[in-house]
Structures are given as C-alpha cells and as structure tokens.
Design a protein around this ligand. Structure first.
Ligand SMILES: [Zn+2]
Length: 245
C-alpha cells in the first residue's frame, strides 16, 4: 500500500534527521557521535527518550529544555522535518525499494553536509564518503554508477586544478570532488552536469549579494550542488531532456 510506504519513508526520514542533528552538533567539534548520549548543551541533563521524538518533542516542550528551560534552536525540528521531506520525495519519485532508501540516505547526508558547510565551513569526510557509498548503491547498476562517479570526480578535480591555477590560489575544496562523484553516481554524467549548472545558477544571486554587502565572496558551494542534485533527481527526465533538446 502506497500510504504505508509513504509513512514508512517519512518516519525513517524523521529518525535520520534526528541523527543528522547529532552529526551537525558534534562532527565539526570532533566529538564522538555515540557517547555521551544526547544532553542539553546548557545544563548537561541527559535527554529522556520521550523528549527526543523528532519534531513532536520540540513542539510539546515549546522549544525549551525540559530541565532548565534553555531555548532549543528551531534548527533541530527543521532539520528533522526536512529529512522527512527528502525521504518522502525520493519515495514519490522512485517508489519503495532498497535502492530508493539508498538514494534517500545519500541525499539526506548531502543535506546534513550542506548544513555543516554553511555553519562551520567544514566538509567532514565522515558524512561525505558515506553519501558517496549510498549513491553507488542507489541503483542495481553498481559498476555504471561507479564509472559515472569516477568521471565526475575526475572532471571536478581537473576543473579545480585549472581554476586554482588561473586564480593562483586554492579554489574549491577536496570535498567538492567527492560531492561531484556522489552526484555522478546518483544522476549519471549528464544529470550531474545539469545539476552543477542548476546549483551554480542558484548560487549566483547569493554570491552577488555577499559581494554587494562586502562580505567574503567565498560562499560554501556544497549546499548549491546538493540542491541542484535534488532538483535534477526529482525532475528527471524533464530538466535533462530540456537541456539536450
Ligand atoms: Zn537544560
């Protein structure tokens, strides 16, 4: 039944989102993601399991720690909600299968990677590499996915080399090369190229705004790559056909 499938994917997404919050809060600081268990960052009180239900607990506690009343960022339920939406969207596009779950996991990790990149300008391999592995397993055609991943990684590495050479400074991160590989595995070579283009178009107004405001124009690029990848995945084959027409 489609309804059960949808509910399953949304719930899985919510639970993964809860785990994603742990990754965002701890990985950039080099903390263990297993120990200690979740606790309030202010009063250190361990969070009880029934206070740790995705989205619901935050709403019931009105965004405050149950022990000390410290405000808990709305980022937590939003990340959980967005993860649920990502899983539901992949189910909507590709149906319920193990491969769909792999694809959803990969997009979910790209999303978490984007948040970490935005907030800490860090791109931890502990999120980036699993995203690639899940992408490789996202269709039955593992070797084709692997080939596409290699092509995109190679292309991105070359681009990085030339751009760095032209501007005489390190351009883009090594993390971008792995993300490109993930995109190649998820979308195929053509789809990934369209996704990079779409991501660049989305990033343009933000880059211009940053320059206009006199801020550092070095904006994190991974959120835009991830957004472009999701847009192409969900709109395939429409967007890619449009491109090749
Ligand atoms: Zn507290």
């Amino acid at each position: 039944m489609a309804v059960y499938e949808a509910v399953f994917f949304i719930l899985l997404g919510l639970v993964m989102g809860s785990f994603g919050n742990v990754l965002i809060a701890r990985l950039p600081k080099g903390e263990s993601i297993v120990r200690p268990g979740s606790h309030c960052p202010k009063c250190q009180t361990p969070i009880k399991p029934w206070h740790n239900i995705p989205v619901l607990s935050w709403l019931l506690l009105r965004g405050r720690c149950a022990a000390c009343g410290e405000a808990i960022s709305i980022r937590y339920p939003l990340v959980e909600l967005a993860s649920g939406v990502i899983f539901a969207a992949i189910w909507w596009k590709s149906g319920a299968s193990l491969f769909s779950i792999m694809a959803a996991m990969s997009f979910f990790l790209l999303f978490i990677l984007s948040i970490i990149d935005l907030e800490y300008t860090a791109v931890p391999d502990h999120v980036n590499l699993p995203a690639l592995l899940f992408a490789l397993a996202s269709t039955p055609y593992f070797f084709l996915n692997f080939e596409n991943a290699l092509l995109l990684a190679g292309g991105m590495a070359l681009l990085r080399f030339f751009v760095s050479w032209i501007f005489q400074k390190e351009a883009m991160g090594e993390g971008d090369v792995i993300v490109a590989a993930t995109m190649g595995a998820l979308l195929g070579v053509q789809g990934a190229l369209v996704a990079i283009f779409v991501g660049s178009v989305i990033s343009l107004p933000v880059a211009l705004y940053a320059r206009f405001k006199g801020r550092d124009p070095e904006i994190p690029f991974i959120p835009y790559l991830a957004a472009g990848a999701l847009i192409v995945y969900l709109s395939t084959p429409w967007l890619v056909n449009l491109w090749s027409a």
